[in-house]
Design a protein around this ligand. Structure first.
Ligand SMILES: Cc1cc2nc3c(=O)[nH]c(=O)nc-3n(C[C@H](O)[C@H](O)[C@H](O)COP(=O)(O)OP(=O)(O)OC[C@H]3O[C@@H](n4cnc5c(N)ncnc54)[C@H](O)[C@@H]3O)c2cc1C
Length: 385
């Protein structure tokens, strides 16, 4: 049966645009693709940070990078030297402009802005039918990146909720040579709270207030903490807020793809709500780019999309145990994170955190962490329900 497209991508955000970007170089071999995006226009709605050398996809597009990161907590301040693989900050507007340019260069790919998907797509007679506010669209394959209310991951172990302002101060108050990855100076017994500061210049920074907790938090729940963090960091200087961002990321949960096992091979759900983020960190950008490259290749070779690959068993097991201990004993978070950043060689730790760690990298992380809390948790069998 003729269809409007070989492939329809629902949602043109990080994952959807990343897939289309990776399809673009295939030229006429790329499937006829429609990207349905509910927004009418893109705006600079977030920043993506990741560790990367010059060869890492999108590294060159990152507007700012840091070779030193600070982790403060448990009475210690760790200067984490990541000189070989700097911590890079990519503004969303740069990502959107770059991917949109690649998409427009291939006539096989079309971005449909202002197209809101209204319901769950239906699969009838080997064809997907998608209802949008602009009418019905049919396709052979479907990649769904829309956020869903209930994440596909089974119950997350923790939620990472954060709210940030990018601010400009009247006086020079920031040191742009070092970013604060995690500052646990605000002590909180019942949840894990830290401040994240990315100083772009002496007068400009993204300041974020982050909470890891058993339940997701709304932006309004984070405002007071964010305001206090900004007051402390700006040291009385007046400031203006240039931009704000909020996120709530599910961390952990085993059955990333379990809800999809009954889906036809021509459908893939991907993105944050399908478990895109690394469980123990909430980072998803690089993982989505790796998936985009793999999925584009599969579409061109076999005509069917592929889901994100699950993490290796060892990584999954470590992340799960780490999150279980954090959830059971949030007050331990500063000691565990500082031990990890102080005790593991930076190249090893970055590989581990960026999903490219070897067995020895995993072993180095295990060795750096205090064994007591993990052993006690394992022997007490205190896995949350
Ligand atoms: C503020 C913020 C900061 C983050 N920072 C980092 C970071 O520094 N590093 C990192 O690795 N990860 C980060 N993440 C996590 C992750 O990388 C991002 O959330 C990423 O954008 C997830 O990609 P996605 O495609 O799943 O979702 P999105 O990028 O949100 O894309 C989903 C798209 O679907 C569209 N859509 C939704 N519903 C419909 C519908 N019904 N019809 C049509 N379109 C629809 C949306 O408009 C959107 O464009 C951050 C997340 C947030 C929220």
């Amino acid at each position: 049966m003729p269809t409007d497209a070989d492939l329809v991508i629902l949602g043109g955000g990080c994952a959807g645009l990343g897939l289309a970007f990776n399809l673009s170089p295939y030229g006429a071999r790329a499937p006829r693709t429609l990207i349905l995006e509910q927004r009418d226009a893109y705006r600079n709605d977030r920043t993506w940070c990741f560790w990367g050398d010059d060869a890492t996809p999108f590294s060159q597009l990152a507007g700012r990078q840091w070779r030193h990161l600070r982790i403060a907590g448990d009475g210690r301040r760790i200067d984490f030297d990541c000189g070989n693989t700097p911590y890079r900050m990519l503004a969303a507007d740069a990502y959107y402009a770059h991917t949109l340019q690649a998409i427009s260069a291939n006539p096989q790919l079309s971005l449909c802005l202002g197209h809101s998907v209204l319901s769950e797509p239906e699969y009838v007679g080997g064809v997907w039918r998608i209802e949008t506010n602009q009418g019905s669209i049919s396709a052979g394959s479907l990649v769904d990146t829309r956020p869903v209310q209930t994440p596909v991951t089974d119950k997350p172990l923790l939620w990472q909720s954060f709210c940030g302002h990018e601010i400009e101060t009247a006086e020079a108050v920031f040191d742009p040579s070092i970013a604060d990855l995690m500052d646990f100076s605000e002590v909180c017994e019942s949840s894990i709270v830290f401040i994240y500061v990315l100083p772009v210049s002496e007068t400009r920074a993204l300041v974020e207030y982050t909470v890891f907790a058993a339940s997701p938090l709304h932006a309004r729940d984070l405002q007071q903490g964010l305001h206090a963090a900004i007051e402390q960091r700006t040291r009385g200087s007046t400031y203006t807020t240039l931009r704000s961002e909020y996120g709530c990321i599910p961390m952990g949960g085993d059955a990333v793809q379990s809800a999809l096992t009954d889906s036809p091979r021509s459908q893939v759900r991907v993105g944050l709500s399908a478990g895109a983020a690394r469980p123990a960190t909430g980072y998803a950008f690089q993982r989505l780019q790796r998936w985009g490259a793999k999925c584009a290749q599969a579409m061109v070779m076999n005509g069917a999309p592929v889901p994100q690959s699950p993490d290796r068993l060892m990584t999954r097991t470590m992340d799960r145990l780490f999150l279980q201990v954090l959830r059971a004993q949030p007050a331990l978070a500063p000691a565990l994170f500082t031990a990890m950043f102080a005790g593991v060689d930076s190249r090893r730790l970055i590989r581990f955190l960026s999903d490219t760690g070897s067995l020895r990298d995993h072993a180095a992380v295990i060795t750096a962490l205090p064994a007591g809390p993990f052993l006690r948790h394992l022997f007490a069998g205190r896995a949350p329900a």
